[in-house]
Design a binder for this molecule. Sequence first.
Ligand code: CMP
Length: 137
Amino acid sequence: MERTFAIIKPDAFAAGHAGKILERIYAEGFKVVGLKKLFLSKAEAEGFYYVHKDRPFFGELTDFMSSGPCIVMVLEAENAIKKWRDLMGATNPAEAAEGTLRREFGTSIGENATHGSDAPETAAFEISYFFSGMELL
Ligand code: CMP
C-alpha cells in the first residue's frame, strides 16, 4: 500500500464540489487515512509550494491557495500516487481527459480544483507538512 497527499483546493471547495470529489475518491477505492479542513495563511501556502518559489506564478498560486478554505487529505491505495494523479487529470483542466476531476471541476491552470503529490519523496514532505503520525488512521 502507498500513501499520497491530496488537496481539494479553494476553488472547488467554494463551489460546493468537495462532496462530489470525496464520493469519487471512495468510489475509486482509496482509503482516506487523514482529512482536515484548513484555511491556509499566505506563509503556509508559500511553505507548502516552496519548490515553486522561483516560478513566475508563485505569487498568484499562493494568493489563491490562501484565498479560502480547502481540504487536505492523505489517501491510501495500491500505487496511490499515480492512481490519484490519473483521477485528477492534467494540471491544465483544458487538457485534462474526460472523466477526470480537473476536467469536471477545474476552471484554469491555476484554479484546477485538486492537488496531488508527484513522487514518493514529495508525498512524504507534503503529508508531514500537514499531518502528524497520530492523525493518520
Ligand atoms: P498543483 O498540482 O497544485 O502544483 C503546482 C500548481 O501550480 C499547479 O497545481 C497549478 O495549479 C499551478 N500552476 C502551474 N502552472 C501555472 C501557471 N502557468 N499559472 C498559474 N498557476 C500555475
